[in-house]
Design a protein around this ligand. Structure first.
Ligand code: PEP
Ligand code: MG
Length: 608
């Protein structure tokens, strides 16, 4: 019997909850087939064998795309369409066939050499999007090489029920069809909170931790593991003591989730009768369905960047219209706030990179320099407004001129649509995201020109505190409870109200229980959160008296540091709203008390 040491690996949580089960290690690597020299008469048969493998893979991927279209929506199926396009890429096929015919090598080797020449420049680029594209190439390659070897490649669609999948990242063909019955938890080496896999895990409510360095090296198939989606930990070979502690925690979490579902049909109204528009943030149609299931009052933020990124090219008006209209029809009569492309920043466009993307060519700035892209998107959004209630929201506004200019484009597009005889809602409301300090300070000026404001606390925090939101090294400084952020939020809310418009908040701050208390105390009108967090947010809203919350907000606004704010909030919220504790799942100290380190645990125990 060999002793297996417990290992605690640290990452970033992208989907809450806990999972326990055996590891299934999923490797997205290209196999290394042997090089074979063909006899002169074998070339024709080899070419035919290669074409047959490509055709079989095409059938397989087309079938998958169809399934994804049905189960997840046409928007996510686009990711698989990209893989299909890659499979059918004329240059790749021609170059492989040339290799077979001219160098007289076997199809496996010729295809692998061609793919390698494609991925080499991507591998060294360090650009997140290229890493994702590389996964596509590898996935397509695995499938074709598998067919050449006479077998279908290994797939997560057939792992043992209850597995914890450990991988570098998953290609879209696997991520889109993740089955929560089979895959209980996910541990990924890749770091992106905004990667398609992270978003899918969140949409399917699979506890997931990303950015776990060396996870694939540390894990092996079959070993027991725990995913702690609260603390952002993956525990391999958990000790008996830790397993027991987690069992208790998981049972508590289950009871907590059950207690939340009881309010699905209730209104998001505070104890003193204030209605808060509780909406959902989505990226895909599948999330819009979850939003409705959890009783959202609308979509507070539809991030449209994926409509672009899934295709690797600007989507056509018709493609955008179809995706948007489907969501709008589903939600009708509830409103859908569609944000125009916020590309750049952490959502880099293919083939373009800059040294300081968050301060560079991002959001509206990028759109103004690509007028056709903005015009096409606005046409699609406005046309979708014929099917329900649509509002348009502009991201990354930092100066008033940007809003003025964007409004002129909207008017021009409306004139065009009228001329073309296209239906749309002429009264579509226009809103602005307050996510730069300048927008917050000038919220009153912005409010004069639009119908609503929505505070993007994720960016507002990074720009105000000068802390890159995706950089783990400075993550300790990234705190939305910093008094500077709170003052900017309060200033924006007051300015919006002075000008008679409503104001919401759609960043992560809206899902923080203590954040909700402060925001309600400051007079926020709308909160928009990830669908799965809607029940928790609604319970919290229903437990708060806004007059008492206003007193708490007033006190925290006088403080100087985030630590003081948190301390006061913890004390005051528990004193004034003791009932809130029921709706705030707090992991106990036990199971992950030594979180934050990646190492062999000194007290490793024999688990065999
Ligand atoms: C934000 O910045 O708070 C926000 C909601 O937008 P995103 O996270 O997409 O930048
Ligand atoms: Mg933002």
């Amino acid at each position: 019997m060999t002793a297996r040491r417990e290992r605690i690996l640290r990452g970033v949580s992208v989907s809450h909850g806990f999972a326990r089960g055996p590891v299934h290690l999923h490797r997205s690597v290209l196999p290394e087939p042997d090089e074979r020299v063909l006899a002169s008469g074998q070339v024709k048969a080899e070419l035919a064998r290669f074409r047959a493998a490509v055709a079989a893979t095409r059938d397989e991927l087309s079938g998958l795309a169809e399934r994804v279209r049905k189960e997840m929506g046409r928007d996510f199926a686009e990711f698989i369409e990209v893989q299909l396009a890659l499979l059918g890429d004329g240059d790749v096929l021609a170059s492989t066939e040339r290799y077979i015919a001219e160098k007289g090598r076997n199809a496996e080797f010729a295809y692998l050499e061609t793919l390698k020449s494609l991925t080499r420049p991507m591998a060294g680029s360090g650009v997140a999007l290229f890493q994702e594209r590389m996964l596509d190439v590898i996935d397509v390659g695995r499938r074709v090489l598998g067919r050449l070897g006479g077998e279908a490649p290994e797939s997560l669609h057939s792992v043992a029920p209850g597995s914890i999948v450990v991988a570098h990242d998953l290609p879209p063909s696997e991520a889109a069809l993740l089955n929560p019955e089979l895959v209980r938890g996910l541990v990924l080496e890749s770091g992106g909170r905004t990667s398609h896999t992270a978003i899918m895990a969140k949409a399917k409510e699979i506890p997931a931790v990303v950015g776990v360095e060396m996870a694939c090296k540390a894990a092996s198939t079959g070993q027991p593991a725990i995913v702690d989606g609260y603390r952002g930990l993956a525990v391999l070979n958990p000790s008996r003591q830790r397993t027991r502690a987690y069992e208790g925690e998981m049972a508590r979490y289950e009871r907590y989730r059950q207690s939340l579902t009881a309010v699905a049909g209730e209104e998001p109204v505070t104890t003193d009768g204030r209605f808060i528009d509780l909406s959902a943030n989505i990226e895909f149609l599948a999330e819009a369905r979850s939003a409705l299931k959890y009783g959202a009052r609308g979509i507070g933020l539809f991030r449209t960047e994926y409509i672009f990124l899934a295709r690797m090219r600007p989507p056509t008006e018709e493609e955008q219209y179809e995706v948007l209209a489907e969501v709008v029809r589903l939600l009708n009569p509830l409103p859908v706030i569609v944000r125009t492309f916020d590309l750049g920043g952490d959502k880099l466009i293919p083939g373009y990179s800059e040294s300081n993307p968050f301060l560079g060519w991002r959001g509206l700035r990028l759109c103004f320099d690509n007028p056709e892209m903005l015009r096409t998107q606005l046409r699609a959004i406005l046309r979708a407004s014929a099917h329900g209630t649509v509002k348009v929201m502009f991201p990354m506004v930092s100066v008033l001129e940007e809003l003025r200019r964007a409004l002129l484009v909207v008017e021009a597009v409306k004139r065009e649509l009228k001329r073309d005889g296209q239906e749309f809602d002429p009264g579509v409301e226009i809103g602005v995201m307050v996510e730069t300090p300048s927008a917050a300070l000038l919220a009153g000026e912005l409010a004069r020109h639009c119908s609503f404001l929505s505070i993007g606390s994720n960016d507002l925090t990074q720009y105000t505190l000068a802390v890159d939101r995706g950089n783990e090294r400075v993550a300790g400084l990234y705190d939305h409870f910093h008094p500077a952020i709170l003052q900017l939020i309060k200033h924006s809310i007051d300015a919006a109200h002075r000008h008679g418009i409503w104001v919401g908040l759609c960043g992560e701050f809206a899902s923080d229980p203590l954040g909700i208390v402060v925001l309600l105390g400051m007079g926020i009108d709308e909160l928009s959160v990830t669908p799965a967090l809607l029940p928790e947010a609604k319970n919290i809203i229903r437990s708060i008296d806004t007059r008492a919350a206003a007193e708490v907000a007033e006190s925290v606004l006088k403080l100087a540091t985030a630590v003081e704010v948190r301390r006061l909030l913890n004390r005051e919220v528990h004193r004034r709203f003791p009932q809130l504790a029921r709706f705030m799942f707090k992991p106990e100290n036990g199971p992950g008390k030594d979180e934050g380190e990646q190492r062999d645990n000194g007290e490793g125990v024999d688990v065999d």
